[in-house]
Design a protein around this ligand. Structure first.
Ligand code: 5GP
Ligand code: ZN
Length: 138
């Protein structure tokens, strides 16, 4: 047993309803089921979140997302899907092992709200910010 709940699921020490597994990736139903079929896709190797991952490991993870998403869509009869990844507490992360939420959607009234509050564009500010980000080393 480790402190990480998802590492324990990967090790088979805690049960989970698995929907996909390969050498590097596991997908299982989220215990909270915001919508029926809500699935978490996780790398088997422990990373705190996506911000800590390199391109090889993140590629292995994301490579599997579209096909798992399509399986969920087909199996549940969903007509859309939100694919969400939270990084750090301020962004809503509660389990600190990288995971991608796949939440199938059946209605705009599902128990999931993703809201973008739009602001009036200031093109000068956009240009400056884009330039700053572009010039910043990771
Ligand atoms: P986060 O808030 O970090 O983006 O999402 C963590 C997710 O993990 C939550 O949606 C929560 O329901 C799910 N979760 C937490 N503990 C367990 C567990 O023991 N088993 C499963 N299947 N999901 C869990
Ligand atoms: Zn872990």
């Amino acid at each position: 047993m480790t402190d990480c709940i998802f590492c324990n699921i990967i090790a088979g020490e805690i049960p989970a309803a698995k929907v996909y597994e390969d050498e590097g990736v596991l997908a299982f139903l989220d215990i909270s089921q915001v919508t029926p079929g809500h699935t978490l896709v996780v790398p088997k190797k422990h990373f705190r979140n996506l911000l800590e991952m390199d391109s090889v490991n993140s590629s292995l993870l994301f490579e599997q997302v579209p096909q798992i998403a399509r399986k969920i869509m087909k199996a549940t009869g969903a007509t859309g899907m939100n694919i969400i990844n939270n990084n750090e507490e301020v962004a809503g992360q509660t389990v600190f092992h990288t995971h991608i939420h796949l939440a199938p959607r059946f209605s705009e009234k599902d128990d999931l709200k993703v809201t973008f509050v739009a602001h009036e564009p200031n093109f000068e500010e956009l240009g400056k910010l884009a330039e700053k980000i572009a010039q910043t080393k990771e």
